[in-house]
Design a protein around this ligand. Structure first.
Ligand code: PSV
Ligand code: MN
Length: 466
C-alpha cells in the first residue's frame, strides 16, 4: 500500500486500487474505513512524494542547509528554530468545522459534523496532519453535552484536548439590548449565570481559558447611558472573574462594531485592557484580527499588550473589510508575520513578565468557512500560522538591532523583510514530518479519503448550524 501511494500522482481510492494487480475498489475502501489513521499515516509518508513536496524534494536538503547557514551567520542553530516550531500551538474552533454562512445565505456542505464528537474528530485530523493543533475551542450552547467528563475522555482518545470555553451572550431573545451590560439587572444576572455555567464546564473539561465576546452596545445616541453601561459591565465581569478557579483566565475580546452600530461596549483594545486591569492579573485581552478598523496597526497593539503583561490570546482570521472570518494569512500574510515577529521577540524578552506573557498566549483560530471546504480551510489556516512563525523565527535580531542603532532605516526594514521572503516550506515539511504529521497536510488530506468518508457517513440527522 505504502509503495503504491509513493508512486501515484493523485491518490484516489480508485487509482490506488487499480494500481495493484487484482485491486478491488470496495475492498480498499473498507480497508481505509477500518484503518483511518493507518491510512492517514501511509498518506503522510506518501506525501514526501506528493506533487508540491515532490517539486521541492530535490532541493529539500539544500534548502534546509541554506536556512541552517542563514542561522549560523546569526550565531544561531537550526535546532533552536526547529524546537520552537515543534512547540507552536494553534487551537481550532469547533464552529469552524460546522455549517456557517453570511446573513444572506448558509450554503450547507456535505460531510460537515452533526455533533460535537464529529467536530472533535475533524479537529483531531487537522492536528494529526499539522502536528501543532492539539486543542479545540468550544462554544456554549452550540457544543453543549450532558456529560463533560465523557467528552473530555472522548477528545483524549482522539488525541486532542478541549481548549477555551466560549460563552454565548448574543443569541438569546433576552440579549436584545445587551447581556452583561443590559439595563435590566435580571438579564445581567442571567448572563452572569451563563458565564458561571461555562466556568463549571471548563472545570470539567480541564480548560484554562474562558473566552468572552459580547455583542453588547447601542444603535442610537441616547438609547442608553454610556457610562452606566460601562459600570454595569464592569460589575458583571467582576462577579464572573471572582468565580474563576486559580488556574483559569478570563480572555476579554473587543470588536469595534457589529451587531451594535452606534456604540459597542468593548470597542477596542484600550477599553478591554482597562476592564482587565480592574479585574485582576488573570483577565487578559484577546485580539481578533477581524475586529479592527481599516489600517489599524495590530502588531503595535500586540506589542503594547505584551509589554503590559496583558495579552491573553488571538482569534486568527483573514479580513479584507471587517469581521470577514477568512482564512488567516491569505489577505494579510505580512501582517500575520509582523504579529508573530512581536511574539517571537517577546518570548525571549529580558523582562520575565513579558516573556511569560508571550509564552502563555492562547493562539486560536476564529473563522467560519462559508464557500471553501471546511477541513482544507482549517489545514491551510494552521499551515499559514506555521509559516508566519517560522519566518518570524528567522529574523536576524542582532542585525536588526545594529541597523536601528546606526539609524539605518532601510537596512532595518530590509532585515525584517529578508526573513519574510525566505521560503520556509522545506523547513516546515521537515518539522511536520518530525511531529508525525504530513509534509504537506493539504495534499495528504486530498489523498486520504477522509472527505469522501465523512460525505458518505454523515448524512441524515439535522446538521449543526454555527
Ligand atoms: C464575534 O464576531 C466573534 O469573533 C466572537 O469571538 C464570537 O465568539 C465568534 O465570533 C463566533 O463566531
Ligand atoms: Mn473572535
Amino acid at each position: 500500500m505504502h509503495g503504491q501511494l509513493l508512486d501515484l500522482e493523485r491518490k484516489t481510492i480508485e487509482s490506488l486500487a487499480h494500481a495493484v494487480e487484482g485491486g478491488d475498489v470496495q475492498v480498499l475502501q473498507q480497508f481505509i474505513k477500518q484503518n483511518p489513521w493507518d491510512a492517514v499515516q501511509d498518506q503522510q509518508r506518501a506525501m514526501r512524494g506528493g506533487a508540491m513536496v515532490r517539486e521541492l524534494a530535490p532541493t529539500q536538503d539544500a534548502a534546509l542547509a541554506g536556512i541552517d547557514q542563514i542561522l549560523r551567520v546569526q550565531g544561531r542553530a537550526l535546532d533552536e528554530v526547529e524546537g520552537r516550531l515543534r512547540t507552536q500551538r494553534i487551537e481550532t474552533p469547533s464552529w469552524g468545522y460546522a455549517n456557517s454562512g453570511t446573513r444572506f445565505k448558509v450554503f450547507p456542505q456535505p460531510g460537515v459534523p452533526r455533533t460535537v464528537e464529529e467536530k472533535l474528530a475533524d479537529a483531531a485530523l487537522v492536528h494529526r496532519l499539522t502536528g501543532v493543533a492539539p486543542s479545540v475551542a468550544l462554544h456554549i450552547p452550540w457544543d453543549r453535552v450532558d456529560d463533560w467528563a465523557a467528552l473530555r475522555d472522548h477528545a483524549a482518545a482522539l488525541g486532542v484536548t478541549i481548549g477555551s470555553i466560549n460563552p454565548n451572550l448574543f443569541q438569546d431573545e433576552r440579549y436584545k439590548l445587551g447581556s452583561l451590560a443590559h439595563p435590566d439587572a435580571a438579564v445581567r444576572r442571567g448572563a452572569i449565570d451563563h458565564v458561571l455555567e461555562c466556568i463549571a464546564i471548563a472545570r470539567q473539561t480541564g480548560s484554562r481559558d474562558i473566552s468572552l465576546w459580547l455583542a453588547d452596545g447601542t444603535n442610537y445616541p441616547g438609547q442608553d447611558d454610556l457610562r452606566d453601561r460601562r459600570r454595569r459591565l464592569a460589575a458583571s465581569l467582576e462577579t464572573c472573574y471572582a468565580a474563576l478557579d486559580p488556574g483559569m483566565r478570563l480572555l476579554v475580546e473587543y470588536k469595534f462594531y457589529e451587531p451594535a452600530f452606534y456604540a459597542t461596549d468593548i470597542p477596542d483594545w484600550g477599553a478591554a485592557l482597562l476592564l482587565c486591569q480592574k479585574l485582576g492579573p488573570r483577565a487578559r485581552v484577546l485580539v481578533d484580527l477581524g475586529h479592527h478598523a481599516q489600517g489599524v496597526n495590530i502588531e503595535q497593539i500586540v506589542a503594547t499588550l505584551l509589554d503590559e503583561g496583558r495579552l491573553g490570546g488571538f482569534h486568527f482570521n483573514g479580513r479584507k473589510y471587517g469581521d470577514d472570518d477568512l482564512i488567516v494569512g491569505t489577505t494579510n500574510p505580512l501582517e500575520l508575520f509582523l504579529i508573530y515577529c512581536e511574539l517571537a521577540a517577546a518570548e525571549e524578552d529580558a523582562d520575565p513578565v513579558v516573556a511569560a506573557t508571550a509564552r502563555s498566549v492562547a493562539y486560536m483560530i476564529d473563522q467560519s468557512h462559508n464557500v471553501e471546504q471546511k477541513i482544507p480551510a482549517m489545514l491551510l489556516s494552521v499551515m499559514n500560522c506555521q509559516a508566519a512563525y517560522a519566518r518570524a523565527l528567522l529574523v536576524d535580531r542582532a542585525a536588526l538591532r545594529r541597523a536601528r542603532e546606526a539609524s539605518d532605516v532601510v537596512g532595518a526594514h530590509r532585515t525584517l523583510l529578508a526573513a519574510f521572503e525566505t521560503d520556509v516550506r522545506p523547513l516546515l515539511a521537515h518539522v511536520r514530518a518530525g511531529l508525525g504529521g504530513a509534509a504537506d497536510p493539504l495534499d495528504a488530506y486530498a489523498a486520504g479519503g477522509y472527505q469522501e468518508q465523512i460525505e458518505r457517513e454523515r448524512v441524515g440527522g439535522s446538521q449543526m448550524s454555527w
